[in-house]
Design a protein around this ligand. Structure first.
Ligand code: ADP
Ligand code: MG
Length: 563
């Protein structure tokens, strides 16, 4: 298919170009390389970008559908999450990979809004394609898009509203909207989890020079299938997915936690050493010696009055026995990341040698308990006082359910954290996009010239968000946009697509709030990527005959796959 496609490109451009292409390839490119030049290269990339957006746009918003993704091995993922879908799709074309990058960046920078960012980029591509058809030069389109993106960012700041950690109500709404589009749970369950997320984010947030900084990593998300979504809990501490090493140890203790980054084992030498034992007494004294060393190690821990030890390395069987006898609970081979979280939650310092361990290094927790969850033991370190790391323990009927709940929690955690860090939010359901588009339409007239067309195109790409929300909710997209435009022109800036009511309405009233950063980042990365692609006039693929070039289904130069 791709070979035919190349032929058609070449024949369209005439023989001279065909010769040139093959001539170049003969000289510098390895055999089997493929090349697409000029506008055709651009059109292929545009078509692919739009095609990718078209695949995931049906998932946008609370009425969006889910995708079932089946891997090579037959593993199934059912999700509504843009970033997850794109990742699991394993796209091959370089332009499609750029679209995946947009979603990944959004995921990393904000944690929510992945579908939004890709849909905006896809529509920027589509409109750029239309402008190219009208003979607008790519550099003009790029210029117009850049102007529009900068203006949009400015306007976004002016339409944003303020939020502080005290505004729990606003933050809970932001969490609910972020979770809302994942096909999970009832409103009551979403509210329960949203409250948990807001508490978790507020708990780990730190104030620096009047601003809040949140490290999402400090909110651990642990999941186990079983129970129901409503059983999802906030643990003021860390849930360690390990079991206590010895059956003779207490199941419940509190308080003094020691964190060790050293093994409770006799170290084996790196060298090949040989100990020659010639009689039974020698053997016995040798074992005694080992025993004594381990006993001393445990003694050093016991002396600090520790009741629990989390060890990043191994714990010898004999040491386990001595620890049990001393009434100390021990967990071994704890992940480094968990050790750090334990330290932040309990206030314990991680000791890298037993001689360094002091009573003042110990951390505190109101309850340390091994519990059996779904047949597996886990250690709950909870009721820490003012913990700087917490855990959200996600439950739900099956593995697929908990995985989707987890993705929803990740999105909501990101949304609440972004809103708090920037201290701003906007109205969702396309209301913010309509406001931005409105200003861009008048800005376009102000700028004039051919760039004007690109700025208008940009505004229309933003309108694709409410349009898609309406489409996915079974509403008429054109009527919806017309009605939204009228209302926004009249100054009703909070009006958006009320997908639940199936009509346009004031979404501030309905509490459909989103962090400003979702929009800011989505616009920024979509614009960046489209600009990048519009500057490409040559695709050279040295990946062999079948790889790298667009498969026919995505549309060649004739069929751009556009509506
Ligand atoms: P993304 O991956 O971009 O976050 P989502 O599927 O989560 O995609 O959809 C987010 C979009 O859905 C946002 O534009 C948001 O404002 C909108 N949205 C969420 N909940 C509602 C609602 N109840 N009514 C209208 N729009 C909503
Ligand atoms: Mg979302």
């Amino acid at each position: 298919m791709s070979v035919n496609y190349l032929k058609s490109v070449n024949s369209k451009k005439g023989d001279k170009m065909a010769k040139q292409v093959s001539g170049d390839q003969m000289v510098v490119l390895p055999e089997g390389s493929q090349r697409v030049l000029g506008r055709d290269a651009m059109r292929v990339n545009i078509a692919i970008g739009y095609a990718v957006a078209n695949i995931i746009k049906t998932t946008l918003g609370p009425k969006g559908m889910d995708k079932m993704l089946v891997s090579d091995l037959g593993d199934i993922v059912i999700t509504n999450d843009g970033a997850t879908i794109l990742e699991e799709m394993n796209v091959d074309h370089p332009a499609a990979k750029l679209m995946v990058e947009i979603a990944k960046t959004q995921d990393k920078e904000v944690g929510d809004g992945t579908t939004t960012s890709v849909v905006i980029a896809g529509n920027l591509f589509k409109r750029a394609g239309e402008l190219l058809d009208q003979n607008v030069h790519p550099t003009v389109i790029i210029k117009g898009y850049e102007l529009a993106s900068r203006k949009a960012e400015e306007v976004l700041a002016t339409i944003s509203e303020k939020v502080t950690p005290k505004d729990k109500d606003v933050l809970t709404k932001i969490a609910m909207v972020a979770m809302g589009s994942k096909g999970i749970g009832s409103d009551k369950e979403k509210k329960t989890i949203s409250d948990i997320i807001v508490s978790a984010v507020s708990q780990v947030s730190e104030e620096k020079d009047g601003r809040y900084v949140i490290d999402n990593e400090l909110i651990k998300i642990e999941k186990k299938a079983g129970g129901e979504i409503n059983d999802t809990k906030l643990i003021n501490g860390v849930l360690v997915d390990k079991e206590v090493v010895h059956a003779g140890m207490p199941k419940v203790v509190k308080d003094a936690i020691a964190l060790l980054d050293t093994a409770l084992e006799i170290e084996k030498t790196e060298m090949d050493a040989k100990i020659e034992i010639t009689n039974p007494e020698q053997m016995e004294s040798f074992l005694k010696q080992e025993e004594k060393m381990l006993r001393d190690m445990v003694q050093k821990i016991a002396k600090t009055n520790a009741t629990v030890v989390f060890c990043q390395k191994g714990i010898d069987d004999l040491a386990q026995h001595f620890l049990a006898k001393a009434g100390i609970v021990a967990v071994r081979r704890v992940k480094k990341s968990d050790m750090e979280k334990l330290s932040r939650a309990s206030g314990a310092k991680i000791a890298s040698s037993l001689d360094d361990l002091k009573e003042s290094d110990l951390g505190m927790a109101g309850n340390v308990e091994e519990k059996k969850i779904g047949g597996e033991s886990m250690v709950f370190v909870e009721k820490c006082k003012d913990p700087k790391s917490v855990t959200i323990f996600v439950r739900g009927g099956t593995d697929h359910v908990v995985s989707e709940v987890e993705r929803a929690v990740v999105d909501a955690r990101g949304a609440v954290a972004s809103a708090l860090e920037d201290g701003t939010y906007v109205i969702g359901g396309g209301a913010a996009e309509m406001e931005l588009a409105k200003t861009l339409h008048s800005y376009a007239v102000e700028i004039g010239g051919r760039e004007q067309l690109a700025i208008q195109a940009f505004a229309e790409a933003l309108e694709s968000i409410p349009k898609t929300l309406a489409e996915n909710a079974g509403m008429d997209p054109i009527d919806t946009i017309v009605s939204l435009k009228n209302k926004h022109n009249k100054g009703e800036k909070y009006v958006g697509v009320d997908v639940n009511a199936g009509k346009v309405g004031d979404l501030k009233e309905k509490g459909i709030l989103e962090p400003s950063r979702v929009k800011k980042q989505a616009i920024a990365s979509a614009t960046e990527t489209v600009r990048l692609v519009l500057r490409i006039d040559d695709i050279i693929s040295s990946r062999g005959k079948s790889g790298g070039m667009p498969p026919g289904g995505m549309g060649g130069p004739g069929g751009m796959g556009m509506e």
